[in-house]
Ligand binder design. Structure first.
Ligand SMILES: NC(=O)c1ccc[n+]([C@@H]2O[C@H](COP(=O)([O-])OP(=O)(O)OC[C@H]3O[C@@H](n4cnc5c(N)ncnc54)[C@H](O)[C@@H]3O)[C@@H](O)[C@H]2O)c1
Length: 246
């Protein structure tokens, strides 16, 4: 996942930062810690060492301690971190206690799958509205919601206080949809359509592009192959290419 953030520094109260200004990489790891902590809590663990939590979250423990120190959480020597307390702290920082309202625009192949996914609710989000421009899709029921026409966006966004908009339309219409979401007062967008969206500075956009993820994995495959040097100065990669070309 990649992201661009246009945002200002968090508000300050009396010269003291009211909210920690966390590095983006730390923010990206907090949901991993939270998932691992929820799992630990389910198994009855009350405390966890930094090494234990780091292993459960799949990160290195020095990085984890640094990340959590940004939250003012240092754990207790010999005991570790209090699981419940850390869950509360991370949920507070991520604003998950707000149960934010999410709408989805574009109920095609991908949109259908997203709309039918029950996992958002358990992670602190309410999918409150589904929109599409195709009259044939309008009126369809998915997971307890009725698909509404995109022209209803303004009204519904105001009624439901929609905070986050998910774009699952074709790339050619994604910018127009983003403009409509912004005009309706939505200030966070998750974009599944390939391409870059232009948005005002107060709007945050995150982009999910599985093709980009595959291309990054392709780079790692390429690198691993080029590191596997064969006798005579040849590489496995060169051999593969010859085999493909022959
Ligand atoms: N991020 C990823 O990993 C990933 C994976 C697959 C697809 N995609 C992208 O997701 C998007 C959707 O793909 P899909 O296969 O579901 O496409 P799709 O054609 O099946 O569905 C698109 C839906 O958007 C609706 N739509 C079009 N313009 C609209 C508008 N202005 N307002 C509201 N709705 C509108 C269409 O009526 C349709 O129902 C595409 O941009 C595709 O490239 C991304």
């Amino acid at each position: 996942m990649s992201q661009h953030r246009h945002g200002s520094t968090p508000g300050e109260a009396g010269g003291v930062p009211a909210f920690p200004d966390l590095p983006e990489a730390t923010i990206a790891r907090l949901p991993e810690y939270l998932r691992a902590l929820h799992h630990l809590a389910e198994t009855g663990a009350e405390t966890v060492s930094s090494e234990g939590l780091a292993a459960a979250a799949g990160v290195n423990s020095a990085k984890l301690r640094k990340d959590l120190s940004h939250l003012g959480s240092y754990g207790t020597r010999g005991v570790g971190y209090d699981v419940t307390l850390l869950v509360d702290q991370i949920e507070y920082i991520l604003g998950l206690d707000k149960n934010r309202a999410v709408c989805l625009v574009g109920v095609g192949n991908l949109g259908h799958a997203l709309a039918g996914y029950a996992g958002f609710a358990s992670r602190g989000f309410r999918v409150v509205a589904l929109f599409d421009a195709d009259p044939k899709k309008v009126g369809e029921r998915i997971n307890g919601l009725t698909v509404q026409h995109i022209d209803e966006l303004d009204r519904v966004a105001a009624e439901e206080s929609i905070a986050i908009g998910v774009i699952a339309t074709p790339p050619g219409t994604a910018q127009a949809v983003a403009d409509a979401l912004v005009a309706a007062g939505v200030t966070s967008i998750l974009n599944f359509a390939p391409g870059v969206l232009a948005v005002p500075p107060n709007v945050d956009v995150r982009k999910v592009d599985l093709a980009i993820e595959l291309q990054i994995l392709s780079f790692h495959e390429h690198r691993k192959a080029s590191l596997t040097a064969l006798p005579g100065g040849r590489t496995a990669e060169a051999d593969n290419q010859e085999a493909v070309g022959s």
